[in-house]
Design a binder for this molecule. Structure first.
Ligand code: DHB
Ligand code: MG
Length: 221
């Protein structure tokens, strides 16, 4: 099925996804630097950008930059005066991403915080930054539960949280899985489901990134 999924992604990319030149360049730079090829697809990147536009987000937090491909899709969709903060703990990824932001002319809107995500979360809470409108969670899957707690401290009613890779070839439905990522995702979803101030759904996706999915979580008033 992977082959057919890729064909359909190519078809929709041809129809709808005019990948901006800076995004193409960022993709190639990440590949050149041999970063893992696990960034979102062009169609998914455009989806994230459209969600930023539709939600009217002005302040975005991303957890897990990689080479900055998803970051750029969201960043280019921000209005004038908008800001995006992205966390990355791998120095090679951080270097590639910073160069990509500069090449795209988005370095003034995007701030990369290099270091462990927990340290960056603590720093932002300590700095009393304004809450974020939109969060893209795309880091180590086993850390999603603890990251959710921190994200909620940096959110407000109306904040939209999108979590990547929540299906993992369907493994998420296996309560007996001994995969730590799967258990992390399941705990994350249990926390979201039990939280009175969160509303959520999840969508399964197929395409050039295989079989996976997004959770969409809204912070209620
Ligand atoms: C992996 C991580 C991701 O964020 C992703 O989009 C795909 C795969 C991984 O760690 O395998
Ligand atoms: Mg991902």
């Amino acid at each position: 099925m992977d082959h057919l999924w890729a064909q359909v992604d190519t078809y929709f990319e041809g129809s709808f996804v005019a990948e901006p030149e800076a995004l193409r360049r960022a993709y190639l730079a990440a590949r050149e630097a041999k970063l893992p090829e696990i960034a979102v697809s062009p169609a998914q990147g455009k989806f994230l950008g459209m969600m930023v536009g539709i939600s009217g987000a002005r302040r975005i937090l991303e957890v897990g930059t990689l080479g900055g491909y998803s970051t750029l899709w969201m960043g280019q969709a921000l209005p004038e005066g908008g800001e995006l903060v992205t966390f990355e703990h791998n120095p090679v990824c951080a270097g590639v991403a910073r160069a990509n932001f500069a090449h795209a002319g988005l370095a003034d809107k995007i701030t990369l915080r290099y270091g462990e995500a927990l340290d960056s979360f603590k720093a932002l809470v300590g700095e009393k930054v304004a809450p974020f409108d939109f969060v893209f969670l795309d880091a180590n899957k086993n850390d999603y539960p603890v990251y959710l707690e921190w994200i909620l401290r940096l959110s407000k009613p109306g904040t939209l949280i999108i979590a990547d890779n929540v299906v993992r070839d369907g493994q998420v439905a296996d309560s007996q899985s001994d995969d730590r990522s799967v258990q992390g995702l399941r705990t994350f979803h249990d926390m979201v489901a039990a939280h009175k101030k969160l509303d959520a759904t999840a969508l399964q996706t197929v395409g050039i990134k295989g079989y996976d999915g997004f959770s969409l979580i809204k912070v209620l008033s």
